[in-house]
Design a protein around this ligand. Structure first.
Ligand SMILES: Cc1ncc(COP(=O)(O)O)c(C=O)c1O
Length: 487
């Protein structure tokens, strides 16, 4: 499964001892006198060499792996965020040693001690095609040999090719793409495009919405927790209840009456981070109608729902809706490279034509990411990932609802579409119990960002049926334990 590399942690004759212990033995005992900067640089070089050896796959002895775990935890606590040492299931629920993310393939991954897990989180929507899909890795590895990033001065064939492919697969007459790295960047770009095209500045978002955490997209955030410390955000955003088109229309009527200019309504087709909230069936068609009627753009944020996740290539296709701008991200990079995009029509895009530099990025849409994107779309079509998500999602949701009936004192709802599924528990505490115990049983799931009571089940779309059953079995064992109050 893992090419045998990680299963043999204790047996390597090529132990890295001198390297791994370098910091402790050499660095602390050999200060370079009277030149603190040289001494520090020497230390950094040792540190770099050690990690480069590890990256290049030098086999470690088991005790070195254990030391690496301790060191990684220390590094996180001292140089990333102290919180990593505390309420993290990878630390608190992993047993004697914290769990390092080490190696993965398809729907399984293992830590550096060889402990194996089933991935039912899918990197929060990154891994629609699974971890390290061979065709996507192959495309990226091949491109790496040719040209990883671009000058941005010459024409880049892959940027053009991927944009054309996106025009073919996205709904309606969406045609032009701006390729970028993160979902939040795609939303920022969509907001700028909407403003530039309409000449208006307001936005309508929804309560519970999650569109990213940079200042523009954060202004659309429908959750206090993530906004509070960064206020004031963009002042011209109002919020409506997700799934209630009458409230949306009322908001637009109000805006008209007071002359408040709205550029766009920005919505997730299915709210992901809010807990896999599926709106009523007639919501999106009505939203489309209302936006057209009031002359505002409709932006569909498909960063999490796109590329087959909900059982269609794009979630708006469940309702046959054609947005004016679509944001993509996460799985677009095939789980191998960061890649996102916002896509719109030729008419709307014309505002970027006067000055194509008005929106640009140094690394966005780079050749490596585009190679990953092209391969990801190929795999999505070849393996019918949307179809797999629809079938497997229906099976899983039915099983989760069955569990809800039988464990009603713990579970309050099971919902979602395709393989964007959420199980809502009676309290956040129960949710945490389930997540951490499942982790101990070798299944990775996580809470949602807006709602810690709701646990997401978001595996790769090509996860084998047998693993779905395994997840459900372990979930039921966990529910039984929690019900019986077992430690
Ligand atoms: C719907 C949606 N939009 C935007 C984002 C932000 O994407 P990123 O974290 O890549 O910036 C997310 C992330 O979860 C998301 O779910």
């Amino acid at each position: 499964m893992f090419n045998g590399q990680t299963q043999t942690v204790a047996t390597s004759p090529l132990g890295l001892r001198p390297v791994i212990d370098a910091k402790i033995s050499t660095l602390k005992t050999k200060p370079i006198e009277n030149d603190p900067q040289r001494s520090q640089h020497e230390e950094v070089r040792h540190e770099c060499r050690k990690w480069l050896d590890i990256i290049s796959g030098v086999m470690l002895e088991e005790r070195q792996h254990r030391r690496m775990i301790e060191e990684t935890l220390e590094n996180h606590v001292q140089f990333v965020n102290r919180q990593w040492g505390e309420a993290r299931k990878s630390v608190s629920a992993a047993g004697d040693y914290a769990c390092l993310e080490w190696m993965g393939q398809a729907s399984k991954f293992c830590d550096n001690l060889g402990r194996e897990y089933i991935d039912c989180l899918g990197g929060y929507g990154l891994y629609n095609a699974g971890i390290r899909h061979p065709k996507i890795v192959k495309a990226v590895a091949a491109q790496l040999q040719r040209n990883p990033l671009s000058s941005q001065e010459l024409l880049d064939p892959l940027r053009g090719a991927l944009s054309k492919i996106l025009a073919h697969i996205t709904p309606g007459d969406l045609q032009y793409s701006f390729l970028i790295n993160n979902g939040t960047d795609a939303v920022e770009g969509a907001m700028k495009l909407a403003r530039a095209y309409t000449g208006k500045h307001g936005f309508i978002s929804s309560l519970g919405a999650f569109h990213g955490k940079s200042l523009g997209s954060l202004s659309l955030m429908g959750k206090l927790r993530y906004r509070k410390a960064f206020e004031p955000l963009l002042p011209d955003v109002s919020f409506v209840e997700f799934g209630d088109e009458e409230e949306l229309e009322f908001e637009l009527q109000k805006a008209n009456k007071i002359g408040w200019p709205i550029a766009a309504v920005v919505l997730e087709p299915i709210q992901g981070e809010a807990g896999a909230i599926v709106p009523p069936n007639d919501y999106w068609p009505k939203v489309r109608e209302i936006c057209t009627q009031y002359g505002v753009l409709l932006v569909a944020d498909e960063v999490q729902t796109g590329l087959g996740r909900t059982g269609k290539m794009f979630a708006v296709e469940h309702w046959n809706v054609k947005p004016d701008i679509m944001c993509l991200g996460k799985a677009l990079g095939g789980g191998v490279m960061p890649l996102a995009a916002f896509v719109s029509t030729a008419k709307i895009w014309s505002v970027f034509e006067k000055d194509p530099q008005v929106h640009s990025s140094t690394t966005g849409g780079n050749p490596l990411a585009c190679a990953a994107g092209i391969a990801a779309i190929m795999v999505t079509l070849e393996e019918d990932l949307p179809g797999q998500a629809a079938r497997k999602g229906a099976y899983m949701l039915a099983a989760m609802r069955n569990l809800q009936e039988r464990y009603g004192e713990l579970i309050s709802a099971a919902r979602g579409k395709g393989l964007l599924l959420g199980m809502q528990f009676k309290s956040a505490e129960i949710g945490w119990q389930i997540v951490s115990r499942l982790f101990r049983k070798g299944v990775l799931v996580a809470g949602t960002m807006s709602n810690s009571e709701t646990v997401r089940f978001e595996p790769a779309l090509n996860i084998p049926d047998v693993l779905i059953d395994e997840i459900l079995n372990r979930l039921e064992d966990t529910l039984r334990e929690v019900r019986e109050g077992r430690i």
